[in-house]
Design a protein around this ligand. Structure first.
Ligand code: AMP
Length: 210
């Protein structure tokens, strides 16, 4: 007889550069749930030069959001995979209230909000490097990915003018998502301490709620 288990779905909310991607990897290992980053899924499409990748690249390099319909199809395919049966960690989704409403029709997510002032975000993003293979974020003092052993790159959308546009888009389109979850069950995480301190707060919040 199979026993139905409740899915544990965690959403990591916050501005670009707030640390969602940094903590999603270790959180995924600890909770044994897949880390699903919609930004990474789009970057995979861009690397494969797929039709979706071509469209996404135009939006991403301008610092704009990819249209909701394109995000939904891609994400639904991913969460239908067997490794998502127990649950999953979403990083970079939802980014609009429309996306949040669609997600909430399917699951009851635990929403964590990483809050960081804008000045720190701009400095973090313009100073970060990324692995072109696994997308793990690094600081400018690193040169090579410790997992994939390939040289790090600066993401095209981490250039200062694009970063400023991404923050503008975040405040107009994604801040309402924070307000939406604040009325339900938002867990705020002050994400300006050390990496380890922030991670322990994140982990505790997930374990308390999960
Ligand atoms: P990220 O890696 O999460 O910073 O995402 C990089 C870019 O991918 C964003 O600036 C958007 O252009 C696009 N993107 C990622 N997730 C979404 C989403 N949920 N909705 C719309 N666009 C997205």
């Amino acid at each position: 007889m199979s026993v139905a288990t409740k899915q544990l779905v965690i959403i990591l909310l916050g501005a670009p550069g707030a640390g969602k991607g940094t903590h999603a990897g270790p959180l995924s290992e600890k909770l044994k749930l897949p880390h699903i980053s919609t930004g990474n899924l789009f970057r995979e499409h861009i690397s494969a030069d797929s039709p979706l990748g071509k469209l996404a690249k135009i939006c991403m390099n301008a610092g704009n959001l990819v249209p909701d319909e394109l995000v939904f199809n891609m994400l639904f395919d991913r969460v239908a995979k067997p490794d998502c049966e127990r649950g999953y960690i979403l990083d970079g989704f939802p980014r609009t209230v429309a996306q949040a409403k669609v997600l909430d029709r399917a699951v009851q997510p635990i929403a964590l909000y990483f809050s960081v002032p804008d000045e720190i975000l701009i400095e973090r993003m313009t100073n970060r490097l990324t692995c072109p293979k696994c997308n793990k974020p690094y600081s400018k003092s690193d040169s090579c990915c410790d997992v994939c052993l390939v040289p790090l790159i600066q993401r095209a959308d981490d250039r200062e003018e694009v970063v400023r546009r991404r923050l503008e888009v975040y405040h107009t389109q994604t801040q309402p998502v924070i307000d939406y979850y604040a009325k339900k069950n938002l867990i705020p995480i002050l994400a300006t301490g050390t990496r380890e301190e922030i991670f322990q707060t994140v982990l505790k919040a997930c374990q308390d709620k999960g």
